[in-house]
Design a binder for this molecule. Structure first.
Ligand code: SR1
Ligand code: MG
Length: 399
């Protein structure tokens, strides 16, 4: 057993050599390159440019500091969720090579030929293949970890294995609680002050958000990634890979489907406010396509899996399966709405809005994100298909 210590770049070099990934004689370079909210991320490479990633959990949240202690167990959760999802969707899950619960480290493949989707979307690039691939990845990872497929006993053991109270509490607070009340963690751009105050007195909205939070707290439908947004997707021109599963736990399927959709729509709000003409039209159309594809492919494939591969005799009932899919749809739209709001006025912002230099354009983008978030949460029960979401986006934002 090796006691935990926070790694320096030199420690990482010794560590990967000890694990046998590189020859002792090889000259290695190591650089810390983490830009996320929580962890250290190191890239180690040799002179032939062969490289690996070593991710280490800190005993606190990196973006806040030591005043926000955080469990190291999140490294275990991350590694084990990625390994479980990789068994089901190998092509679209980053390859975990090794993990160490004591040092809270994960060694994984370096996706250096890929880019983080969020940064690319902000720069105006398009990834039309991502919607279909992510929809399929979600259908498989969620179905095969649910009661439809696992025995009730095995599923309960998995629920216990993936209990993740610290990281769930971050989501419970930042997603569902803070944005709807006064809280020092909120980060509100001055032009959004008035709109954020209005949220706090919208009784219907507060009741809907409470319902979505209660489902997040109680509904152990499937092994979620738990934080699947455009910043946790590595993309190239033909494929995509999911990283960063430390928020994983057994929760409602719609949370994993709604989070990326909320993030495509955040980019929609930002892009519509900062661009014009053909560039804007093309980008918004691409975002509408990937939103549509994510839901439609998810719905089609999970329906086929429920019809053909459900093991539980009672859950094989087609009427129940149709009702189940409808409830996942409503959750998906609700969680997408919550993501729009919390990324605009909560603690953890996104570059889709924050990188807009022009104050007026940013004000418009943020107002639209809040209005669309509210509409998705409040009106979702009247929606029939994903087209209704896109119609609302067009009505509020344009495009
Ligand atoms: C303190 S962590 C803030 C956010 O970063 C992560 O990526 C999650 O989205 C979390 O809500
Ligand atoms: Mg993350």
């Amino acid at each position: 057993m090796t006691a935990y210590k926070t790694f320096s770049e030199k420690d990482v070099i010794k560590y990967v050599q000890k694990l046998g990934y590189f020859k002792k004689s090889n000259n290695l370079d190591c650089a810390e390159m983490g830009d996320g909210n929580l962890n250290l991320v190191f890239r180690v490479s040799d002179t032939n440019n062969v490289s690996l990633i070593v991710k280490q959990a800190l005993p606190y949240a990196r973006c806040v500091g030591e005043s926000w202690p955080l469990t190291l167990d999140r490294a275990r959760i991350e590694a084990e969720v990625l390994l479980e999802h990789a068994k089901i969707s190998t092509e679209h899950t980053v390859n975990v090579l090794h993990y160490d619960p004591e040092l809270a480290t994960i060694v994984m493949e370096d996706l250096k030929a890929f880019e983080i989707m969020r940064a690319e979307l902000v720069a105006g690039k398009g990834f039309p293949h991502v919607g279909k691939q992510l929809g399929s990845h979600l259908a498989k990872t969620l179905f095969y970890t649910s009661d439809f497929y696992l025995s009730a006993k095995d599923k309960k053991a998995q629920v216990a294995r993936f209990i993740n109270p610290d990281l769930c509490q971050i989501t419970e607070d930042l997603f569902f609680t803070d944005p709807y009340r006064e809280n020092e963690r909120n980060n509100i751009f001055p032009t959004s002050e008035k709109l954020s105050l209005e949220l706090r007195t919208d009784d219907n909205l507060l009741a809907e958000v409470a319902e979505l939070k209660a489902k997040f707290l109680n509904n152990t439908q499937a092994l979620l990634h738990g934080d699947i947004h455009s910043g946790s997707l590595f993309v190239d021109n033909t494929t995509m890979k999911v990283i960063d599963a430390e928020f994983g736990f057994y929760g409602p399927m719609g949370f994993d489907v709604g989070s990326p959709i909320g993030n495509y729509l955040l980019n929609y709000c930002g892009s519509a406010a900062k661009w014009d003409g053909v560039q804007k039209e093309g980008h918004l159309n691409m975002l509408k396509d990937i939103t549509r594809d994510t839901w439609n492919v998810f719905a089609k494939e999970i329906t086929q899996l429920m019809e053909g591969h459900t093991q539980d005799l009672a859950l094989q009932n087609p009427t129940y399966q149709a009702r189940f899919l409808r409830s996942v749809f409503l959750d998906t739209i609700g969680y997408a709405g919550c993501e729009l709001i919390r990324r605009t006025i909560g603690l953890a912002h996104v570059s889709d809005l924050e990188s807009i230099d022009d104050t007026n354009a940013r004000a418009v983008a943020e107002a639209n994100a809040i209005a669309l978030g509210k509409t998705l949460i409040n009106k979702r029960h009247s929606f029939v298909s994903i087209e209704d979401v896109l119609l609302e986006a067009e009505a509020i934002i344009g495009g």
